[in-house]
Ligand binder design. Structure first.
Ligand code: DGJ
Length: 554
């Protein structure tokens, strides 16, 4: 039987069509007609309308969740060529008065998204938004008695609501359940909404956990078996016992992660009982390069689904499919480490937020090449607000331009790309801050990717460097579509493909067609690259370009 969250598919690679037919034939009609996640051999796909779907996302600004604000959203969504829009639904807006729900914004959003032919990911801004209760209704936000805040170890009240507040959890669960039940009525047939984020960047700054009486009592109880089974102590402790006994100096962070994850589980479980869509949590990262991760010392939001506690989230929140990273640290080493930490057999890679600054555009190639369910830069609407230095300085078309060309080429082949990714055929790199060459290892072949070159000849001995050489802007994604055939998408990079191990006399390019995929997924050739265009490798220009390349051996 297929599991409710990740439905496992085993066997040989299936095309998008075969996949949905198989699900239907196996009597899983419900699985085929509702957005859901599948996992096979440790790889993942989001199935929408019966086939893998690649989310080319755009997350709107935090305050764009109002009907009038949407007017500044759609032009940006069109300009960037997104197929999925992430929009907050705030608890304060749907339940301003306790027990009286108003989903009129959700209805407007559904209607307009359908008219603009995009899917939606809804972001539930509930008890925690960037750890804070700022999106809870006022009747929650200012009532410390009924909706208790956390207490630090000196007994001081934190800004952050306690995960041990029974009334808070019940009220959040009620509101989220009402949202999911409304969505079922309003959208189960059209399936505009394909995924839901529960809360936003949870955790707590300033205190490692709640030291209130209820929390303290739970901290002194034995670590639950489900957590023990998944999360081994980083430094050997006792095999069982209370949190401190088992996890030593890591106990406080781990306990807080368990407390928040357990709270989220109740919210998500109740919501999915109404309408079972894939659900995930997003994460303000801790330093990906701190290895091994050290106990919390005020340096990140304790209790959030950081990479070191994914196992605790898996144990405590089985109704959350994915712990997802938000990328706001521009350094290429940190981005690469983060992607590796969050891409696991039990955790699909999905990047629901990334800075919209130009230097992040190249990461789209690395992220989609790794087989992510999708990607979504943040702040994609023409509201007059820029979150520079985190993101772009621009609030007009110049903000979306670095991403638009990349989305356009992936967009025309998104179903195909998502299927190839699910089959394990895709790879991707982004130019590192050091501009160094990178190698992609594939079945029987390897691709050498270099950056900062002119299109002709080698860089050695040429004094003048191209204008782009000092900026890391390059990226390449490759799908090995058959043994000797590749679809290459990229910009600002040179690609050379050679046999993985020397064999025979050598290899040569048979065809290197530049072109695009049409709306029916058919390849349309524009020209065949040869002569100067291949003698110095395949030189992908500033404009994102698609090549279909076949190699031969002689
Ligand atoms: C990450 C949060 O999840 C977003 O809602 C937003 O606040 C950005 N940080 C910063 O612009």
């Amino acid at each position: 039987m297929l599991k409710p969250t990740f439905r496992r598919l085993r066997g040989t690679a299936l095309s998008a069509l075969c996949l949905s037919l198989c699900l239907l034939a196996c009597g899983q009609a419900d699985a085929a007609d509702r957005p859901h996640l599948v996992e096979r051999d440790g790889r993942h796909a989001l199935i929408v309308d019966g086939a893998p779907f690649l989310m080319l996302g755009a997350q709107v600004h935090n305050s764009s969740n109002y009907a009038q604000a949407l007017g500044k959203v759609w032009p940006a969504v069109a300009d960037i060529h997104a197929n999925t829009v992430e929009v907050p639904v705030a608890w304060e807006q749907v339940e301003p008065v306790e027990g009286r729900f108003d989903f009129s914004f959700v209805d407007t959003l559904l209607d307009q998204a359908r008219k603009h032919h995009v899917r939606l990911v809804l972001l539930w801004f509930g008890t925690w938004k960037n750890t804070s209760p700022q999106y809870t209704p006022e009747w929650v936000r200012f009532d410390n008695q009924r909706f208790p805040r956390m207490v630090d170890k000196d007994g001081k009240l934190s800004y952050c609501l306690s995960p041990f507040g029974d009334e808070t959890r019940k009220a959040d669960t009620r509101a989220f359940t009402a949202l999911m039940s409304h969505l079922k009525k309003a959208d189960a047939r059209q399936q505009t909404v394909i995924m839901v984020q529960v809360e936003n960047e949870v955790g707590t700054y300033g205190t490692v956990r709640d030291f209130g009486a209820k929390a303290q009592a739970a901290f002194e109880r034995p670590v639950p078996q489900a957590v023990l089974a998944r999360k081994k102590p980083p430094v050997p402790g006792k095999a069982s016992g209370n949190w401190r006994e088992v996890y030593g100096d890591y106990a406080d962070e781990y306990f807080h992660a368990w407390a928040i994850a357990s709270y989220i589980e109740e919210v998500a479980k109740a919501g999915r009982a109404q309408y079972d869509l894939p659900m995930y949590v997003n994460n303000a990262l801790r330093d990906a390069l701190e290895q091994p991760p050290q106990p919390w010392k005020g340096n990140f939001a304790s209790g959030g689904p950081t990479h070191d506690v994914i196992d605790i989230y898996k144990a405590a929140a089985p109704h959350i499919d994915i712990a997802a990273p938000d990328l706001y640290n521009p350094e290429s080493g940190r981005v690469a480490a983060t992607l590796a930490q969050f891409q696991r057999a039990d955790n699909a890679l999905w990047v629901p937020e990334m800075s919209n600054a130009e230097s992040y555009a190249r990461y789209v190639y690395a992220i989609l090449g790794r087989g992510s369910l999708g990607i979504s830069p943040f702040g994609i609407d023409y509201f007059n607000y820029s979150n520079f230095p985190l993101g772009s300085k621009f609030t007009d078309k110049r903000m979306v331009e670095p991403f638009a060309g990349i989305y356009a080429v992936f967009g025309s082949m998104q179903r195909q790309w998502a299927t190839w990714a699910f089959e394990g055929r895709t790879h991707g790199v982004a130019e590192g801050d050091d501009h160094a060459d990178q190698t992609i290892t594939m079945k029987g072949w390897k691709a050498q990717v270099s950056f900062g070159q002119w299109q002709f000849g080698e860089k050695d001995g040429v004094r003048e460097r191209p204008a782009h050489a000092d900026k890391p802007l390059g990226g390449v994604a490759i799908a090995q579509v058959s043994d000797d055939e590749f679809v290459i998408i990229g910009q600002y990079a040179r690609v050379r493909i050679d046999p993985a191990t020397p064999q025979g006399n050598g290899s040569m390019i048979a065809r290197a067609e530049e072109g695009r995929f049409d709306v029916n997924g058919r390849w349309v050739m524009e020209r065949n690259w040869n002569g100067d265009q291949t003698d110095s490798g395949l030189n992908l220009p500033a404009t994102p370009t698609v090549l279909k390349v076949r190699l031969g051996r002689y």
